[in-house]
Design a protein around this ligand. Structure first.
Ligand SMILES: Cc1cc2nc3c(=O)[nH]c(=O)nc-3n(C[C@H](O)[C@H](O)[C@H](O)COP(=O)(O)OP(=O)(O)OC[C@H]3O[C@@H](n4cnc5c(N)ncnc54)[C@H](O)[C@@H]3O)c2cc1C
Length: 490
């Protein structure tokens, strides 16, 4: 008997992975079943000893340090809505409005990212033309964007090729590469523009020139006008949670039925014997679990391993999504140990500068409650697709690099108050050229199975709001499939 159609017992849904995606999917499944007044048995199986996946907060001595994400954007509403639904609305905190700008390293020194320059859209021209970041030749090439025709070829283009074509190589190397690396930890020569930042393709299609598009957007009246003066990222649109980012996965887990989240429960295989039979979820340690429906909410390379025996072709496609590894180092100093005024939210480092870090975010400037008065917390990023060896360095080597770089860039002196190193091996999927086709191929393979789903950061957007949205949509599809199976069986 196909269990999905058997109404005499609750449907059993197994979700593998208790990161943001798995927990969001679990919550939505429960919400839908409650609304349908149908019983469901939910299990969320997590390999680690905590929920949250890459979202991970550490608290000590008055510091609240983020070992993974530190904030999320609100112009995509899904994560913000989820926080309100979970009762976290009054815990949301905004970035300090007085210092919404960032720096970029030029010749070993910090220069402000020109006001109005957001990722690669210049909303104001004069700050770029007067900034020391681009040479005169670079500025003239940048202005040529006003004259360069649209690309009429429909083929997929890398982010680097797009920026070189429109704004010139210097703008790519000195501004766009470091700003984008901060989000995707990616090599822009491989990154698919269509899969990551399609809004810039749309700008070219609609306005031809990025400068014109930015100028027209900034002329539009409305509350966003002020935001367009920000530099680097639209910091006014980012929020965090007062207790720390892990408040979100913790609240999600608390909203699930007691006992449904099982920690230290690693899955090793997902398979089924007959096309319509139930799924068998085999654990690394413990008896196998039979499930009516399964969501794999792990990294794509883990999903590949779990599905290898069931479908080698699907596993091959999943494995083809490359991942980058990164290291986040939270370091604390007394304020008087750092000579730089820290009058911004952080600094990004172009690869052409040849330094050993990707960026340093001034966490306690962005969110002052993160460190006690008289101290600062700085988050340093190392590794990524362009510097893959950093994940293998030992703690002493990482600490040495961080202290040296912060001494040279920010004038940090003396022993830090603390240095917390968090490694994220193969945690960030790379949406490289061909990503959208690869995801479409994965979906085609997956459509051969009923009641088997994928969720997570690997497929439809890397940000926290994207993950929330995709996981909720997946849960809806699962519940619809189970209710349809039940209706057919009745
Ligand atoms: C270093 C870093 C910084 C980031 N910063 C930001 C940011 O500031 N803002 C933002 O919007 N986004 C950020 N992101 C992206 C954001 O973190 C993700 O969008 C989101 O948190 C991913 O959640 P997930 O559940 O899909 O994946 P994950 O968090 O990776 O969760 C997957 C889970 O599956 C579990 N698992 C793996 N294998 C098994 C197994 N065999 N059995 C059982 N469980 C298993 C893992 O232990 C993990 O808990 C960042 C990502 C990284 C890597």
């Amino acid at each position: 008997m196909e269990r999905g159609g058997d109404q005499s017992r609750p449907a059993r849904v197994v979700i593998i992975g208790a990161g943001l995606s798995g927990l969001t999917a679990g919550r939505r499944v429960m919400e839908r079943f409650r609304a349908l007044r149908r019983p469901v048995e939910l299990l969320v199986l997590e390999a680690r000893d905590r929920v949250g996946g890459v979202i991970w907060t550490d608290r000590f001595d008055g510091f609240t340090v983020e070992c993974g994400p530190d904030s999320f954007i609100t112009n995509k509403p899904w994560a913000l809505d989820l926080c309100h639904q979970l009762g976290l609305g009054d815990q949301l905190i905004e970035t300090d409005a007085g210092r919404r700008r960032s720096f970029v390293v030029r010749g070993g020194k910090l220069a402000p990212v020109p006001e109005g320059f957001v990722l690669m859209a210049p909303h104001r021209l004069s700050p770029i033309l007067t900034s020391p970041i681009l040479s005169w030749r670079g500025r003239i090439r940048f202005l040529m964007d006003l004259l360069i025709p649209r690309r009429d070829d429909d083929g997929e283009e890398s982010l680097a090729s797009f920026v070189r074509r429109r704004l010139g190589r210097e703008a790519l190397d000195r501004l766009v590469q470091p700003l984008v690396a901060g989000i995707y930890t990616a090599d822009p020569n491989d990154l698919s523009l269509k899969a990551t930042l399609p809004q810039f393709l749309a700008m070219e299609r609609e306005h031809r020139s990025l400068i014109l598009a930015g100028w027209r957007e900034s002329r539009r009246k409305g509350p966003r006008a002020l935001e367009l003066r920000a530099s680097g990222a639209r910091y006014g649109m980012f929020v965090s949670l007062a207790p720390g980012m892990d408040a979100l996965p913790n609240a999600l887990a608390a909203a699930l039925p007691e006992g449904s989240v099982q920690l230290e429960t690693a899955v090793r295989r997902v398979s089924r014997n007959e096309p319509d039979s139930n799924w068998l979820v085999e654990l690394l340690d413990g008896p196998a679990i039979e499930a009516d429906a399964v969501v794999l909410a792990t990294e794509a390379h883990v999903a590949a391993r779990l599905l290898d025996a069931q479908d080698p072709a699907l596993a091959h496609q999943l494995r083809a999504i490359p991942y980058a590894s990164s290291v986040i180092v939270n370091v604390g100093y007394r304020r008087d140990q750092i000579s730089h005024p820290l009058d911004g939210f952080g600094v990004v480092v172009p690869a052409v500068e040849g330094r050993s870090i990707l960026a340093a975010s001034f966490l306690s400037v962005k969110f002052p409650s993160r460190a006690p008065a008289g101290t600062v917390c700085i988050r340093v990023f190392l590794g990524g697709a362009m510097d893959p060896g950093k994940i293998d360095l030992d703690d002493d080597a990482v600490k040495g690099i961080v202290e040296r770089e912060l001494a040279e860039l920010l004038g940090a002196t003396g022993e830090p108050l603390f240095c917390r190193i968090s490694r994220h091996p193969r945690a960030m999927p790379q949406y490289n050229l061909g990503h959208l086709d690869r995801v479409a191929a994965i979906r085609r393979c997956l459509s051969r199975y009923n009641r088997l789903y994928l969720a997570g950061v690997a497929y439809d957007g890397v940000g926290i709001p994207d993950c929330v949205h995709a996981a909720s949509t997946t849960a809806d599809q699962l519940v619809d499939a189970l209710t349809k199976a039940a209706a057919n069986a009745a």
